[in-house]
Design a protein around this ligand. Structure first.
Ligand code: NAD
Length: 262
């Protein structure tokens, strides 16, 4: 039977791409954003609204198989905005997922671990080292996911998304690039996997220079793209944010407002 998938943040960068990738109608899609969602297709329903509204969330998730949660604030803007859209809205979503037993595929971020130096090899069990308040908000999201699985059995896969770009365009991307086809494959594996429980997955392509080691892979994610194919063109292009952005995994987020002396 065709699965019903809720896609939040469907008007955003990643949401728009996933929507397009699923335009063949492989899923019945419930699209959500606070922004307009454009023309509707036969396999879609549109749900413009704010996920901070608990009743709205409950209605949105009712009867769905999974929610691909891409809505949120993706920059280190004001704390209030992070609290509202990355914390409060996420809690509303998890309450609805608990009520209706819906699997959550959560857009976490590499910025949850962005203060590791680029050369440090880490797996998904390494201690978190956020590089910004934005990164802290993603750590909080991963903690909510853990809580709702341990106490309520809500299945969650947290995706520590690297750099989602059509093509890599700076040196850092040799490590962090996540191609559009690999993101589609990753998300579909999250939807289709049997009993994933709680899992953190690195959302990154099969980049030769990547230092994230996925120890457990219960969903069967096997990326195909490799940023190394673009190395001739981008290895000489400095990472935006200066020398500290080159040193730390989180790039410009890690370098911003850095004041440590030793
Ligand atoms: N793009 C990347 O490379 C990248 C990397 C790491 C993590 N992520 C994470 O992945 C997710 C998607 O990234 P993106 O680049 O598409 O972000 P984006 O900012 O382009 O899209 C996010 C969408 O969420 C919507 N939104 C925000 N608050 C909402 C609310 N309360 N209710 C309903 N909709 C709301 C916005 O209107 C926006 O369209 C984000 O959570 C981001 O933090 C992205």
């Amino acid at each position: 039977m065709m699965k019903t998938i809720v896609l939040t943040g469907a008007a955003g960068n990643i949401g728009k791409v996933l929507r397009e990738q699923w335009s063949d109608g492989r899923y019945q899609l419930r699209l959500n954003d606070i922004k307009p969602l454009g023309e509707i297709a036969a396999h879609e329903t549109l749900h413009v609204g704010d996920l901070r509204d608990a009743d709205f969330c409950a209605e949105l998730l009712k009867g769905a198989d999974a929610v691909v949660h891409m809505a949120g604030i993706g920059t280190d803007l004001e704390l209030d905005l992070l609290i509202e859209h990355n914390l409060k809205a996420l809690l509303c979503l998890y309450q609805a997922a608990r009520t209706h037993a819906v699997r959550v595929i959560y857009a976490s971020s590499n910025h949850a671990i962005g203060m590791y130096e680029c050369k440090t090899e880490i797996d998904e069990h390494a201690a978190v080292r956020p590089d910004s308040l934005y990164g802290v908000s993603k750590v909080w999201g991963e903690a909510i996911a853990r809580l709702y699985f341990d106490k309520h059995g809500v299945e969650s896969i947290c995706l520590r998304i690297g750099s989602f770009e059509v093509e890599p365009f700076e040196r850092r991307h040799l490590q962090t690039w996540l191609s559009h086809p690999d993101m589609q494959h990753l998300t579909e594996r999250c939807i289709e996997a049997h009993n994933p429980g709680f899992q953190i997955m690195y959302g990154v392509s099969a980049n030769t220079r990547n230092c994230w080691r996925q120890r457990d892979n219960p969903i069967g994610y096997h990326p195909q793209s490799n940023a190394e194919d673009f190395a001739d063109r981008i290895a000489g292009i400095p990472t935006r944010g200066g020398p500290l952005a080159e040193l730390f995994l989180g790039g410009g987020f890690a370098a911003s407002d850095y004041s440590r002396k030793t």
